[in-house]
Design a protein around this ligand. Structure first.
Ligand code: SF4
Length: 142
């Protein structure tokens, strides 16, 4: 069964971002999405705002819809915590609540979590030069 990719964006970033770069990266299989086979589906929503507590209700809603409307189980879902949440970039630093949000995702039974989505070439270059701070990223897709 094909996976469902769920991108969770930073609400603060989303206030000024349409999410185009992330969805384009997914459909072009770029950035954090290079390995997904054709047929993989995609959904995105925001964390709901600081402190990320709203993720719980959204994931509960998602889990309910998956149960009622699809054959997908939580193991078929890969949660991508979007780059706007997990990296340092021009507009925002890494979200200070990432670990809390990850704990909610785990509590709701979703074990496949990836940090990152769209990868900006210019931000990557600035990170390599130390202009933006780099962070240790952890990934558990499989
Ligand atoms: S909790 Fe984190 S990801 Fe969500 S709005 Fe606040 S800073 Fe952004």
């Amino acid at each position: 069964m094909s996976d469902l990719v769920v991108i969770i964006q930073c609400q603060l970033a989303h206030n000024r971002c349409s999410g185009f770069a992330c969805s384009h990266s997914f459909y072009e299989r770029q950035g954090a999405f290079v390995d997904y086979p054709e047929g993989t589906r995609y959904l995105s929503f925001t964390c709901g705002g600081c402190c990320g507590k709203g993720v719980a209700a959204k994931l509960e809603h998602l889990a309910g819809k998956l149960r009622k409307k699809t054959e997908l189980k939580p193991d078929n879902v890969v949660i991508h915590l979007a780059s706007c949440m997990t990296t340092d970039n021009h507009h925002y630093d890494r979200c200070p609540h990432v670990d809390y949000i990850r704990s909610i995702v785990a509590k709701k039974g979703f074990t496949r979590v990836v940090e990152g989505s769209f990868v900006s070439a210019s931000a990557t270059e600035l990170r390599s030069r130390g202009v933006y701070r780099d962070y240790q990223q952890s990934t558990s897709r499989d």
